[in-house]
Ligand binder design. Structure first.
Ligand code: BGP
Length: 472
């Protein structure tokens, strides 16, 4: 049986807005999520991240739990507005201090930090100036990235710029479920282009700064995408064609610019003809071409079944009332997302399909060559049963076990997978689903002072890590 490589990282992931809380203390500026989640009707029962898991104040306790778990890496995001309250200009030293202490604590326990610079929490001050639609935001992002390189670059080897552009742009500008809550695909495509430009500029600045990481190895910088493999619902030509279109829109559009340095040409042409966007500024092509990133992070939760749409109108809303299905993304003439009649689904209607993780990794490896890949998120959103005071999350153990096996299969097939980060280390805020959708190895008692308690999966993952994947 294939072994995990010797240096394979066993991690877990989180994001600032979902875990930190302390949304307005110690000089932090407001982010778009701080503002948006306070508007009526935007989130599940009005939940927000004001307190989240209060990781900001309990960081040392949390890192001690990570160490007990045996994690060799921790993926977290930096809150831009904690570092630069207005998005640019004045630096908030209390924010620098928090992340600096976090990094030092991790290193003390031999846990490699992996930083995500942007996990959706744009400073509101920049949104007020146009957000990602404004070209100037790309410059503000580079300014912010450079502050992070300067303060943390001597200790952090693994960096990524953006998390899941398809989600924050798709929901921000097409389904209107994330800030800025717009329904306008042309504006979305322009905003999306600026994200790729901001990424390319931040990669250029990273290389120019020769960010060293620990012991003067050159640190690396990547990009994190959703990995959502598509399967044709039947072997009919029209479903196969529909699947190809879904791949081009949801996968190639988001991976090609950072791994090939260009958009898929046919799709770019279609978008520019139909919507007049994205518009390029002089030099953009070269910027993308010159700044291919070092690795790709993939977040995998589910696959999607695709069929040709024969003109019927589709509305989907799952049992929990969560909206945001990809069917709402506005490509109804081209294809539709269908349920797998034989599929295994979560309470939120996400298909559990471990093979999709290995298939997706192999699709990337085939399209872009053998690039380093990290599985930067993977996990089960679940209402964990509490039996006699114990959190018995067997379903999570089963989900993770099968997906770690799928990761191993991809390695056996020749992919260069270097780490696996379950979502999440701790129960945290689900953007649109509040605190009822749990993901962590560590439970947070929301009725009792946010106290931490280890779940059954904690001991299980501890064994997985200790045995380097042997006990699966
Ligand atoms: C990913 C995000 C994470 C996390 C996860 C689970 O798309 O990068 O931040 O939220 O999805 O999603 P949800 O909370 O909607 O279940």
């Amino acid at each position: 049986m294939t072994q995990f490589p010797k240096d394979f990282l066993w991690g877990a992931a989180s994001a600032a807005y979902q875990v930190e809380g302390a949304h307005d203390v110690d000089g932090k500026g407001l982010s778009v999520w701080d503002v948006y989640s306070h508007q009526p009707g935007t989130t599940y029962q009005g939940t927000n991240g004001d307190d989240a898991a209060d990781h900001y104040h309990r960081m040392e306790e949390d890192v001690a739990l990570m160490a007990e778990l045996g994690m060799s890496s921790y993926r977290f995001s930096i809150s831009w507005a904690r570092i630069l309250p207005q998005g640019k200009g004045e630096v908030n030293l209390a924010g620098i201090d928090f992340y600096s202490r976090l990094i030092d604590n991790l290193l003390r326990h031999n846990i490699k930090p992996m930083i995500t610079l942007y996990h959706w929490d744009l400073p509101q001050a920049l949104q007020d100036e146009g957000g990602w639609e404004a070209r100037a935001t790309t410059e503000a992002f580079v300014e912010y990235a450079k502050v992070c390189y300067q303060h943390f670059g001597d200790r952090v080897d693994l960096w990524s710029t953006f998390n899941e552009t398809v989600v924050f742009i798709g929901h921000g500008y097409i389904t209107a479920q994330h800030p800025p809550g717009v329904r306008d695909p042309a504006r979305g495509l322009q905003a999306c282009h600026h994200v790729f430009i901001a990424h390319a500029k931040a990669v250029a600045a990273f290389r120019k700064a020769k960010v060293a990481g620990l012991v003067n190895q050159l640190a690396v910088i990547g990009f994190v995408n959703v990995l959502q493999p598509h399967t044709a619902a039947s072997s009919s030509q029209k479903d196969i064609k529909a699947r190809e279109i879904a791949d081009a829109i949801f996968t190639h559009w988001f991976y090609d610019p950072v791994l090939k340095g260009q958009y898929p040409p046919e799709l770019l042409n279609m978008a520019q003809t139909a919507l007049g966007a994205p518009q390029f500024a002089p030099g953009d092509e070269k910027l993308l071409k010159d700044n291919i990133c070092d690795f790709i992070g993939v977040n995998y939760y589910k696959r999607e079944m695709i069929a040709a749409n024969d003109g019927e109108s589709i509305t989907t809303q799952n049992t929990t009332g969560e909206k945001g299905s990809a069917n709402e993304f506005g490509f109804r003439d081209l294809f539709k997302f269908v349920r797998n009649p034989d599929g295994e689904y979560t309470d939120w209607d996400w298909e559990i399909y471990p093979q999709g993780l290995s298939d997706g990794i192999m699709q990337i490896t085939q399209r872009y060559g053998k690039i380093p890949i990290y599985v930067t998120e993977n996990g089960l959103g679940y209402k964990d049963p509490i039996i006699d005071g114990e959190i018995v999350d067997d379903a999570r153990i089963d989900y993770l076990r099968r997906h770690i096996e799928a990761t191993r299969s991809a390695i056996a097939l020749g992919a260069d997978v270097r780490g696996y980060y379950p979502w999440s280390f701790i129960d945290l805020l689900s953007w649109l689903n509040g605190y009822q959708k749990q993901y962590g190895f560590v439970y947070v008692d929301r009725d009792n002072n946010l106290n931490r308690k280890k779940k059954k999966s904690f001991a299980w993952y501890q064994n997985v890590i200790q045995s380097h994947g042997q006990i699966l």
